[in-house]
Design a protein around this ligand. Structure first.
Ligand code: HEC
Ligand code: HEC
Ligand code: HEC
Ligand code: HEC
Length: 330
């Protein structure tokens, strides 16, 4: 298994969407109960990248420029293109971007979240259910309701906040990402609570929250990314442009829903630090302030009072890929 031995894998170094390999159970375990969600996942780029990415000529060019001989056995590419599991002192890529890349590594919460407090779905009380889900969350589970954390994961990978990878490796400087359109197409797998009857699209209120929190996390991630910029090259320009674009979109959002004063405050924080090289300390401070506001926005609001945003939110014609149709569970 030498070929699969992961060297130099470090969460801290990259800080992208990576999840703790020692606690990863793998998508097959989730699929034992979540059959439909797993089927939907198998139609996505997230699933296919496991096999496809290393075969692309561009991948080998990027890897070569980064001094990486084996894409699947060295840390850098694994953090964003793979799910890595640690077993018997080895860290192996076991899938592409999978359940735990977004919902977090399952080992500490998998039994809790599905256990109905030792009862059955019917006999568990409401209080027990709430306590169970609170406990699962405290053990790291990222539920769909934890919008801010979900979004942090998406942007942690999709912004590509790594100067060398972009400037030296020639890797794309992130995706043209927007949370509503990118989550409601091929990625959508809301088939659980409908018991497989429907792959339920986010409703209007939730779309507003996805849109707003998505823009905020774009801003936060972008500010941190500019903070890491040391060279007047492509990476610094691209990341600064991201911040600038997110700021403008947030200004429009603040005007559209003046009843949400936190949005204008986010924009103020974003203007408090200069978008320039070697300015990590103040850019990080600005990002931290944005982060606090986002956490409180996602606690305090549910989108119902934000109809003003509707005209700004991309519609179904902009969804990335096609959502899988639900089919009755067998
Ligand atoms: C033994 C069966 C089982 C396994 C294995 C399982 N789940 Fe679940 N999952 C459930 C059940 C049951 C629920 C519904 C719990 C409820 O009603 O509160 C659920 C709910 C969920 C939810 C929705 C929670 C919400 O707030 O709506 C997510 C997300 C989820 N599981 C993710 C996963 C992931 C990721 C894995 C693998 C790491 C996994 N599950 C493995 C049974 C399972
Ligand atoms: C910080 C996360 C991150 C890291 C680290 C990363 N990638 Fe990517 N990669 C992405 C994302 C996100 C995309 C999709 C970009 C888009 O939306 O087009 C991507 C796309 C690609 C593509 C398709 C590019 C194209 O123009 O079609 C290749 C090839 C690729 N990555 C190779 C690599 C290799 C090789 C490594 C390791 C040296 C690596 N990536 C490391 C996030 C990452
Ligand atoms: C790219 C990130 C991502 C991946 C990969 C992912 N999920 Fe999710 N999951 C989400 C998001 C985001 C939502 C909420 C979507 C929404 O509100 O429209 C969600 C919702 C869910 C739900 C609730 C569905 C419902 O009916 O409301 C379950 C259960 C779930 N995921 C399980 C899984 C399982 C199992 C896998 C792997 C087979 C998986 N997820 C892979 C991001 C992801
Ligand atoms: C662990 C890193 C990671 C996380 C977390 C992640 N993505 Fe991705 N995503 C990628 C990479 C890498 C690709 C490109 C895969 C390829 O084509 O090889 C990608 C591709 C996609 C695509 C397909 C884009 C296309 O070219 O059509 C969509 C849509 C997408 N991601 C949405 C999301 C959403 C929504 C979330 C959060 C709910 C999310 N992603 C979270 C890494 C990630």
């Amino acid at each position: 298994m030498l070929g699969g031995l992961v060297t130099a894998f470090s969460l801290a170094a990259y800080g992208a969407g990576a999840t703790d390999p020692a606690k990863v159970v793998g998508p097959n375990v989730c699929a034992e109960c979540h059959k439909q969600e797993a089927e939907a996942w198998k139609d996505t780029h997230h699933f296919k990248t496991f096999r496809d990415m290393p075969r692309r000529p561009k991948a080998n060019e990027i890897a070569a420029r980064m001094g990486i001989a084996r894409i699947r056995s060295e840390g850098l590419c694994l953090t964003c293109h793979y799910t890595v599991q640690a077993k018997e002192n080895q860290k192996l890529p076991i899938a592409g971007i999978s359940c735990e890349s977004c919902h977090s590594a399952g080992e500490s919460w998998i039994k809790i979240h599905s256990g109905f407090s030792g009862k059955t779905e019917k006999t568990e009380t409401k209080a027990e259910k709430d306590a169970r889900l609170t406990l699962a969350t405290s053990k790291g589970m990222i539920r769909p309701s934890s919008l801010y954390q979900i979004a942090k994961n998406c942007f942690g990978c999709h912004v590509v906040p790594q100067e060398d990878l972009v400037n030296k490796g020639g890797h794309p400087a992130g995706s043209d990402f927007e949370l509503v359109s990118w989550s409601q197409g091929e990625v959508r797998h809301n088939t659980w609570h409908s018991k497989g009857r429907q792959n339920v699209p986010a409703n209007a209120a939730r779309r507003r929250m996805l849109y707003l929190v998505g823009l905020g996390v774009e801003l936060e991630t972008g500010l941190r990314a500019v903070g890491r910029a040391t060279a007047r090259k492509l990476y610094a320009f691209e990341m600064a442009m991201r911040v600038d674009r997110a700021r403008k979109q947030l200004i429009a959002a603040a005007q559209a829903v003046p009843n949400v004063p936190e949005i204008a405050r986010m924009v103020e924080f974003a203007h408090s630090a200069g978008l320039k090289l070697n300015n990590e300390r103040s850019l990080t401070a600005a990002a931290d302030s944005v982060s606090k506001l986002l956490a409180s926005i996602s606690e305090k609001y549910d989108g119902s009072t934000m109809a003003g945003l509707d005209s700004l939110i991309p519609g179904p014609d902009k969804f990335k890929g096609k959502a899988r149709e639900a089919s009755a569970v067998d």
